[in-house]
Design a protein around this ligand. Structure first.
Ligand SMILES: Nc1ncnc2c1ncn2[C@@H]1O[C@H](COP(=O)(O)OP(=O)(O)OP(=O)(O)O)[C@@H](O)[C@H]1O
Ligand code: NI
Length: 347
């Protein structure tokens, strides 16, 4: 028997009114997150990943932002909720972790004070002593050594990685069903980044959470995702299970992103060209102006409908429609031993 997804996002659209016109940062995207799963939103800077993730709990600045579409969380439609109803869920059953822990921690108070405050805000009947004990437990869970003693330290006495651990501990105070983590490791060095990703995976099991993980780094996606949604210029280009995305990348944009990974053909220069203006995006596929495979049909109408490749894999690209041949994109790579693969060439 299949359970309902924890989160269902349909037609999510976020528009900002700017001096230059209406800027559509997220343009009608859909995705679902199953219980206990990690979904990664990935795409270049400016694709709309942060706005999409913040639109779920409506923490985008409004005005100028306007969020429309439907977000169903555990059976409840939350987009149309009043601010006070949504507040119960936000920072409760849905928790956020952001890129820069120093911005989110108050440097005037000890870390323990801040966790205790978060616990008592969530559960006002908890005594200070109980809250302190829970805070120690949480710091232990997130791998802060010597937790009891560190409670009375100030944020500046923690390293960047430890601060992010503290932020994760604060997010866990409410035992959330969904953790939304926006580039939580981008500010950290590579070793610490890997430790935090491991920690999130451990905590996911322990706390039985779903995770929406936002990153521009496909390398990180490979380590943590179950499902992947590839975004470009406010639209979904491709979606699939993590193996489908890495083993059978199908949209030229996904393939170009993979070629930018370290050691691949475009690792030095990135994808040539830049994102279109979100105020006046091009007709057709948003990626067509930068796509090596674009034909006339790619430049007309709307973003192509998603063509299913498997039950979980779909691609928004003209070349997968009837009457076209996707082989132009997925040219087979002949390996030295004569075997062929549909993967991305690494030369
Ligand atoms: N408050 C705002 N007002 C107007 N435009 C905004 C606002 N916030 C974001 N945008 C615009 O929305 C688009 C998407 O931005 P977003 O921050 O979601 O991108 P991103 O994919 O998260 O990029 P990055 O990897 O750099 O974090 C960008 O064009 C950005 O300039
Ligand atoms: Ni972002």
């Amino acid at each position: 028997m299949s359970e309902e997804p924890l989160l269902t996002v349909e037609g999510l659209t976020t528009e900002f009114t700017t001096d230059n016109g209406v800027l559509t940062a997220v343009d009608g995207i859909d995705f679902e997150i199953e219980r206990g799963e990690t979904l990664c939103l990935v795409g270049e800077s400016g694709s709309g990943k942060t706005v999409a993730s913040e639109s779920i709990t409506r923490i985008v600045p409004t005005p100028p932002g306007e969020v429309t579409g439907s977000v169903t969380f555990d059976g409840q439609e939350i987009i149309s909720m009043s601010e006070s109803e949504l507040k119960e869920i936000r920072g409760g059953r849905i928790a956020h972790v952001f890129q820069n822990p120093q911005d989110a921690l108050n440097h005037c108070y000890t870390v323990g004070w801040q966790i205790v405050e978060a616990i008592q805000t969530h559960e006002p009947n908890t005594s200070k002593q109980e809250a302190r004990e829970r805070a120690v437990g949480l710091l232990n869970d997130v791998g802060v050594a010597n937790a009891a003693a560190r409670l009375d330290d100030y944020p500046h006495e923690f390293s960047g990685g430890q601060k992010q651990r503290v932020m994760i501990a604060m997010a866990l105070v409410t035992n959330p069903d969904l953790l939304i983590a926006d580039e939580p490791t981008t500010a950290l060095d590579v070793t610490v980044q890997a430790q935090i990703l491991n920690l999130l995976e451990e905590l996911q099991e322990e706390y039985n959470m779903s995770i929406l993980f936002v990153t521009h780094d496909l390398g990180v996606v490979a380590g943590i995702a179950d499902q992947v949604v590839v975004m470009y210029a406010g639209k979904v280009m491709e979606r699939g299970g993590v193996h489908e995305i890495f083993d059978e990348p199908s949209h030229p944009y996904t393939r170009a992103l993979l070629e930018c990974l370290p050691g691949k053909s475009r690792s030095a220069e990135g994808i040539p060209g830049s994102l279109p203006s979100p105020i006046s995006p091009p007709d057709g596929c948003r990626f067509a102006p930068r796509c090596d495979y674009a034909v006339e049909e790619c430049r007309a109408g709307d973003q192509p409908p998603e063509e299913p490749l498997s039950e979980s894999h779909a691609v928004s690209c003209v070349h997968y429609q009837q009457g076209y041949d996707p082989a132009v994109i997925r040219e087979e790579v002949v390996q030295e031993d004569g075997a062929t693969t549909g993967g991305v060439s690494s030369d």
